[in-house]
Ligand binder design. Structure first.
Ligand SMILES: NC(=O)c1ccc[n+]([C@@H]2O[C@H](COP(=O)([O-])OP(=O)(O)OC[C@H]3O[C@@H](n4cnc5c(N)ncnc54)[C@H](O)[C@@H]3O)[C@@H](O)[C@H]2O)c1
Length: 415
């Protein structure tokens, strides 16, 4: 076993970690079941838009990528960064995580440190993953070390990065925590918590806090619309309070891997304990209903303009789930497009970062020429404010529904 690190899952979480380690001269071995990911890393074409091809080029001497799990046995530390999605019924789908941990088990060696970074409900590492790993015949805390440390990466955020954001770390035993703390201190600051469950719970609390606050402003925006109050003006005003108020912005819906799914893990786990986590349940209901509210607002505007939705053409701008990235996981663009299509609207989208958008078996029409698409559309709905969507470019549109509240050109209406 060498002082190398194996990273299981080369996605939005695993690959930046490999880069951070490699930048400090450490060797990172990426293992992924998806050959397109490992091939992309090997050939210097980043599979995620938060890592550039230049990042891979700069660190290539220290990073390997393979679909062969035997590399796990050769490393002193193994970090698991596989997805934790929800099923179609909104329940935790732990299979990618348990499958990955079974692979780790099959290559586990004495003295290795195993760290789980995937977001999950408290007790997963101890109650579900530890028994899998101990199926190797080795005992956690004695023969190998086990810790949990949630990734807090915010894709596309240049101000808070993996190396500038403190890490929360909790281990099965004090020695497990010490080992994991020493690992992360190689490239960032560390906050040590009591144990595995506290570390798991801290991540879900952070994401539920965001989910609930986003739901609060989303519902508040709907109320403001009914009261003929400018919600953005109110939010800017409230944000001048230097204490006791954290500014969240309403939007067309919540996307990404984390906010729509992670609180579901906690509500599921609460239910197994006979409890109901009402805040998260209510917030989820409000947020998932937002795309339909946006679609209804769009149709009302078309009706008011004398254009029956059944004869209207709506252009959606920004198909990713946040600005200036290409990640479309859980993007609100899909439910909005489907809700508009249900009302007879012809829908297309423009997004320089997104090549194709499919949802519920349908492929949405993509347009390349923004200026002519703006002129042709009866209504343009701005879902994400990518840098290319400047006020001057958008003046070409006939009428603009800005769900981001950031456009300043005339003729725009907002949430
Ligand atoms: N994306 C984010 O912003 C973010 C932020 C914080 C935490 N997280 C959490 O981190 C975890 C990973 O998220 P992500 O966004 O990096 O996912 P991702 O889908 O971008 O990457 C996961 C990778 O794991 C690979 N994989 C799946 N099963 C595997 C297996 N059995 N063995 C090896 N590789 C396997 C996939 O092929 C994929 O390349 C999730 O639990 C997520 O909730 C994500």
């Amino acid at each position: 076993v060498t002082a190398h690190t194996a990273i299981v899952g080369l996605g939005y979480v695993g690959l930046p970690l490999a880069i951070a380690l490699a930048r400090r001269g450490h060797h990172a071995h990426g293992y992924d079941i998806d050959p397109s990911k490992t091939e992309a890393v090997r050939t210097g074409r980043s599979p995620v838009d938060t890592v550039t091809d230049d990042d891979l080029q700069e660190t290539k001497a220290c990073i390997t990528a393979s679909t062969d799990p035997r590399v796990l046995a050769e490393c002193s530390t193994i970090v698991v960064c596989t997805p934790t999605p929800v099923t179609d019924h909104g329940l935790p789908d732990l299979r990618p995580l348990t499958t990955a941990v079974e692979t780790v088990r099959d290559h586990l060696r004495p003295h290795q440190l195993v760290i789980v970074e995937s977001t999950t409900y408290p007790s997963t590492t101890d109650s579900l993953l530890r028994p899998i790993l101990e199926g190797s015949g080795l005992t956690a805390g004695r023969d190998f070390f086990l810790a949990y440390s949630p990734e807090r990466i915010d894709p596309g955020n240049p101000h808070h990065t993996l190396t500038t954001t403190p890490r929360v770390v909790g281990g099965l035993t004090a020695e497990c925590t010490n080992r994991a703390v020493a690992f992360y201190e190689q490239f960032t600051m560390v906050y040590r918590v009591k144990g595995l469950r506290e570390a798991e719970a801290s991540k879900i609390l952070e994401n539920t806090y965001r989910q609930v606050n986003i739901a609060l402003v989303n519902e508040f925006a709907q109320l403001c619309h009914a009261m003929n109050v400018d919600v953005w003006n109110v939010l800017d005003a409230a944000a001048t309070k230097p204490f006791g108020f954290a500014a969240f912005r309403p939007s067309s819906g919540v996307g990404g891997h984390c906010i729509p799914t992670d609180p579901r893990y906690l509500t599921f786990h609460a239910a197994t304990l006979g409890l109901c986590f009402r805040m998260a349940e209510t917030a989820h209901e409000i947020n998932v209903a937002m795309p339909d509210w946006v679609a209804r607002r769009a149709c009302t505007d078309l009706d008011d303009a004398g254009i029956p939705p059944g004869r209207a053409h709506v252009l959606l701008l920004g198909a990713s789930y946040k600005p200036n990235i290409r990640d479309t996981r859980n993007t609100p663009a899909i439910p909005i497009a489907l809700a508009l299509a249900d009302r007879g609207v012809t829908v297309s989208f423009h997004d320089p970062h997104v090549g194709e958008l499919t949802g519920m078996g349908q492929r949405l029409r993509r347009v390349d020429d923004l200026a002519s698409a703006l002129r042709a559309a009866d209504l343009t709905v701005v879902l994400q404010r990518h840098d290319c969507y400047t006020d001057s470019v958008l003046t070409e549109g006939k009428r603009i529904f800005d769900t981001t509240g950031t456009l300043r050109c005339s003729g725009v209406f907002t949430l």
